[in-house]
Design a protein around this ligand. Structure first.
Ligand code: 5GP
Ligand code: MN
Length: 327
């Protein structure tokens, strides 16, 4: 039986499904979760999305208010199937990790090349732009037609993981968007809500990061950071840092952009991006993280200075390797 057939069978025979995604969920994490949730609702299949801290940017999505939030975990015994989305390894599930062993059956749907295949059934298509795109495939194989609610969620996932259709798009991506548009989704409105509308304090935070921006290695590496103190003063949280890594990435000389964000426990979350030739997932993996060729991340518990030195040294090596390959 194919993986898609097995997924179809497991979902069909399940009575109650728990949908999980990674910590600090982005648009694809929330979009794919709510996309699946709305599709299951349509076929009257009971499911719950649990996300401890969902980014309020996505509160316009249908089903957002029904997400189980906060530190009070759902009851494992209430579910017979857990579906994890956009989550490459168990650690990325944060406090929800135990559900993989505590719930009878598990499915993972993801598009990360670094996926660890930790579930009973794993549908990992790394060619897809996003997990939301993979959900479209799963739903099609189950014979579930997309409705407007599901479409809004999956469009949001595809839109955010392709940086507004800048990268990772395949012809299939565009065909899926066409299918979504036919359900009546207002794609312009969602685009503007996600990429253009911001707040005064978020704009101030970007200003701080631009002020701190440094270029290294003849302008090939960009580095900037946010401290907890900055967030506290501006009454912002981690989710307000979305997109800051692109400030460095968009500079003409830059190949790799590094953005470090201080966490409550004093560690730093690194967002890494490359433009043309560095496989940045390699560097992220060396520090216990992972991700994609052009977008990856990791978490390091050291001082900012130590982290900067370590990651810059590592990326310098990769830049040199690439130069050798080009010769
Ligand atoms: P972001 O910089 O937007 O947080 O993450 C960029 C990409 O890297 C995402 O696709 C995300 O899944 C991956 N990523 C970020 N942080 C981690 C991490 O700590 N571990 C792993 N395995 N992947 C990460
Ligand atoms: Mn994704």
């Amino acid at each position: 039986m194919s993986v898609l057939d097995t997924i179809n069978e497991k979902i069909n025979k399940s009575n109650s499904i728990l949908i999980l995604t990674h910590e600090n969920p982005d648009g694809d994490a929330i979009g794919s979760s709510l996309g699946l949730y709305n599709a299951l609702k349509k076929i009257e299949k009971k499911s719950t999305v649990y996300i401890p801290v969902p980014d309020k940017t996505y509160s316009f999505l249908p089903g957002f208010n029904e997400i189980l939030m906060g530190d009070s975990l759902p009851n494992a015994s209430d579910y017979d199937l857990v579906v994890t989305l956009d989550t490459s390894d168990l650690n990325r599930l944060g406090i929800a990790q135990s559900f993989i062993s505590d719930i009878e059956d598990s499915i993972c749907i993801d598009h990360h090349i670094t996926n660890q295949n930790y579930a009973d059934v794993n549908y990992i298509n790394a060619v897809a732009s996003s997990t939301s795109e993979n959900i479209m495939v799963v739903l099609a194989s189950m014979g579930i037609a997309i409705n407007k609610e599901t479409g809004e969620c999956l469009y949001t996932g595809i839109l955010t993981d392709t940086g507004g259709f800048r990268y990772s798009c395949n012809p299939e991506t565009m065909e899926m968007v066409a299918t979504i548009m036919e359900t009546g989704v207002n794609i312009s409105k969602i685009y503007r809500t996600i990429f253009d509308v911001t707040t005064f304090n978020r704009t101030k935070l970007r200003g701080i990061c631009i002020d701190r921006l440094e270029l290294l290695e003849d302008g090939k590496i960009a580095f900037t950071y946010v401290l907890l103190d900055d967030l506290n003063k501006l009454e912002l949280d981690e989710s307000d840092c979305e997109g800051i890594v692109n400030i460095g990435r968009d500079i003409d000389t830059v190949e790799v952009s590094i953005f470090a964000k201080e966490r409550e426990d004093g560690s730093f979350k690194l967002s890494l991006r490359s433009n043309n030739y560095v496989d940045i997932s390699v560097s992220a993996s060396k520090f216990g993280g992972g991700g994609h060729v052009r977008a990856a991340g990791c978490e390091i518990n050291m001082t900012l200075e130590q982290i900067k030195q370590m990651i810059v040294d590592e990326i310098k090596k990769q830049l040199k390797n690439e130069e050798k390959t080009e010769e």
